[in-house]
Each structure stands twice: as structure tokens, then as C-alpha cells.
Design a protein around this ligand. Structure first.
Ligand SMILES: *Cc1c(COP(=O)(O)O)cnc(C)c1O
Length: 354
């Protein structure tokens, strides 16, 4: 690795954040959500760091099979289930647990001959209107599935649209409780926002994603929730320019110097996943000091104003986000979410677990 850009993955922080989940939901089992390559952190790294999690959640069958091939024995939930009937024998063979949310998936399962029973999670659309069976049909689907010889354990699930907003979860929770009344089956409802704000949703299984990675889901900062950032996106200055008044910086010449400026060039651009829309003023940490991004982000580089850090020079370490600069702060400046920044870090950026 010669280019100085990399993502440091703090596995102790991951473990700390999982303990925070346990402290908040002591009676629940934990399904660690590892979709989108563990929110950009690397699915194998995170799965092995989180040995204390009870189950793992991923999206792609390939990723689930890779985890099994690496010796993973815990339940693995496929969070969108299967996309074709062909996948079902593989799911059974490798004991993967699909979410079932559509009549199409149900029909494929009914017609499948399987070598082993499949555990399934059955999703109720309680109001988000993304995935799941509507109330009414849901009850029948659960009853059917519980009788089929292809099916092992059935877990009931739903997902909240506004767990991190003032609307909260009340309406969806009532819908879920009414629809599942009398069913003696395990239940999973809570994402990070609900784990943090709605203890009445914790039930048998919680499903933390973003909080495991130490970024925030609601209004309060992750640090104020006792969470530690897991990814630090680190690089170095690879050039320093002196720009005289009237000189411009970068593509589009969007910034023109009004006074003599020292400009640092950082090896990190939008092809690495740094948001191209981050405006001038977005915070960047250079040599441990807060500086500001200036001018447009390019494909492989971005530029920072070094006026406030005379000691910074070629080779000085830069933190784009991480332990000293919360990813959420960069996200706010760029008009997006920590979720998007973390999952967008591109494949060419090496992940370095520590
Ligand atoms: C992504 C996802 C989660 C995790 O959400 P966070 O907000 O990251 O905690 C939980 N459940 C389902 C169904 C999801 O798709």
C-alpha cells in the first residue's frame, strides 16, 4: 500500500458499541446488521470482531456463503430474502435464514423440495410500505408457513419508518401487536433508532446497524449515546500550494484567493467515496487541527485551506472523518447522512483492522 489513503477499522470500538446495545436491550438477542459490506467496514472483519453477536444480517447470498465458507456458524438472516426460486436449495444447504416479505417468495417456497428445513423471518408491512405482507394476509401467511414441512422456526418481524423522529413508532407498533396477538413466536422490530429511543420495541431480537459502527441515527450525537466511531478515513497531504490573491483553486475555479493562501492537497477524492458535494467549509482534520475544505472535490484529491496550520506540510496526516472528527459532522456539511458516507467508501480504499 503506497497511496496514503486507508480506512482504519477499530475492532475494540465495535465491541464496545455492541456492549452498549446489550446494556440498552439486556433481554434481547442481537442480530448485527452487516449489509452493504458491514456499512463499508468489511463484512469478514466485523463478523469476526463481533463474536458476541447472536446472529448476522446481510443482503447478498454470496456474502452469506462467504461467511459460511469462513467457518461462520451463527444464524445468518438474508434481509431481503431470496430473489429467485433457484436460491432455495442453497439456503437450506447452508442453513441461511431468509426474510419472507412477498407472495412470490411464498409461492417459490411452497413449491420447493428442500434437503433441510429453513428457518424464516416473516415481515409485516406495519406502515412503512416498503417490504412485507399487509395486516390480514400476514396472519394467514404465518399460519401457513408454520405448517409447511420445508419450514423450521418462524420469527415475526417489522421495520419502523420514523423511529428516529418525533412521529416515533406508536402507530406501527400498535398495528404489529394487533396483527400478531396470540402468536407464540419470537419477534424482531428494533433498528438502532428504536433500540436507543423505544425500549418497548426491543422484543426477542434487536437489529442494530449504524450504532454498531458508532454513527448516529437520530438527532443526538453518537458520542452522547456512549458510542465510539469505528472507521477513521485517513490520508496525508501530498502537495502544498501557495496561491496569491486573485489565484483560483481547483476545477471550475470556484474559489479565488483574497489573500495569500496555503493550500494542502489531500489524497482522497470522490472516487474514494468522499462526497463530491461537500462544499467549501466542510471540516477536515490536518495534523490534528480542524481545517476547511476549499474548492471542488476532484476524483482522487481534495484541497484544504492551511491558513490555520502553518506546520502542516507534505506528509502531514489527514483525517477525513473518524475518532477526532465525527462522520456525522462531515455528513451534515455535505447534506447527507453518516450511513451514506460510510457505505460509499469505495473498494479501492484499503480497510485496515486494528
Ligand atoms: C438496515 C436495517 C436495519 C439496521 O438499521 P440501522 O438504522 O442501521 O440500525 C435493521 N433492520 C432492517 C430490516 C434493515 O434493513
Amino acid at each position: 500500500m503506497y497511496r496514503p489513503l486507508f480506512a482504519r477499522i477499530d475492532t475494540a470500538a465495535l465491541q464496545h458499541n455492541l456492549r452498549q446495545v446489550r446494556a440498552l436491550a439486556p433481554a434481547s438477542k442481537v442480530l448485527a446488521v452487516l449489509k452493504a459490506d458491514a456499512y463499508g467496514h468489511g463484512v469478514q472483519t466485523v463478523a469476526s470482531a463481533l463474536q458476541e453477536a447472536d446472529a448476522l444480517g446481510v443482503l447478498e447470498l454470496e456474502q452469506a456463503l462467504a461467511l459460511r465458507a469462513a467457518g461462520e456458524r451463527r444464524p445468518i438472516v438474508l434481509m431481503e430474502g431470496y430473489f429467485t426460486a433457484d436460491e432455495l436449495p442453497l439456503l437450506a444447504e447452508h442453513q441461511l435464514t431468509p426474510v419472507i416479505h412477498s407472495t412470490q417468495q411464498l409461492a417459490w417456497l411452497q413449491q420447493a423440495w428442500l434437503p433441510l428445513r429453513l428457518d424464516v423471518w416473516v415481515k409485516l408491512n406495519s406502515g412503512m410500505n416498503r417490504l412485507g405482507f399487509p395486516p390480514g394476509p400476514y396472519r394467514e401467511v404465518v399460519q401457513q408457513l408454520s405448517r409447511w414441512p420445508q419450514v423450521g422456526r418462524v420469527t415475526l418481524m417489522s421495520h419502523f419508518a420514523t423511529a428516529d423522529e418525533t412521529d416515533g413508532v406508536a402507530a406501527q407498533l400498535v398495528t404489529f401487536l394487533m396483527e400478531t396477538e396470540g402468536m407464540q413466536l419470537p419477534v424482531s422490530l428494533a433498528n438502532s433508532a428504536a433500540i436507543l429511543a423505544h425500549p418497548d420495541t426491543h422484543a426477542d431480537w434487536v437489529r442494530p446497524g449504524i450504532m454498531l459502527y458508532g454513527a448516529r441515527s437520530g438527532a443526538a450525537s453518537a458520542a452522547s449515546q456512549g458510542l465510539r466511531p469505528v472507521m477513521s478515513l485517513l490520508s496525508r497531504l501530498i502537495a502544498v500550494q501557495h496561491v496569491e490573491p486573485g489565484g483560483s483553486i481547483g476545477y471550475g475555479a470556484t474559489v479565488v484567493a483574497e489573500y495569500p493562501m496555503r493550500i494542502g492537497v489531500v489524497a482522497c477524492g470522490y472516487a474514494d467515496g468522499y462526497p463530491r458535494h461537500a462544499p467549501t467549509g466542510t471540516p477536515v482534520l490536518v495534523g490534528g487541527r480542524r481545517c476547511q475544505l476549499v474548492g471542488r472535490v476532484s476524483m482522487d484529491m481534495l484541497t484544504v485551506d492551511l491558513s490555520g496550520c502553518p506546520d502542516a506540510d507534505v506528509g502531514t496526516e489527514v483525517e477525513l472523518w473518524g475518532t477526532q472528527l465525527p462522520v456525522d459532522e462531515v455528513a451534515v456539511a455535505a447534506g447527507t447522512l453518516g450511513y451514506e458516507l460510510l457505505t460509499a467508501v469505495s473498494a479501492r480504499v484499503p480497510r485496515c483492522p486494528v
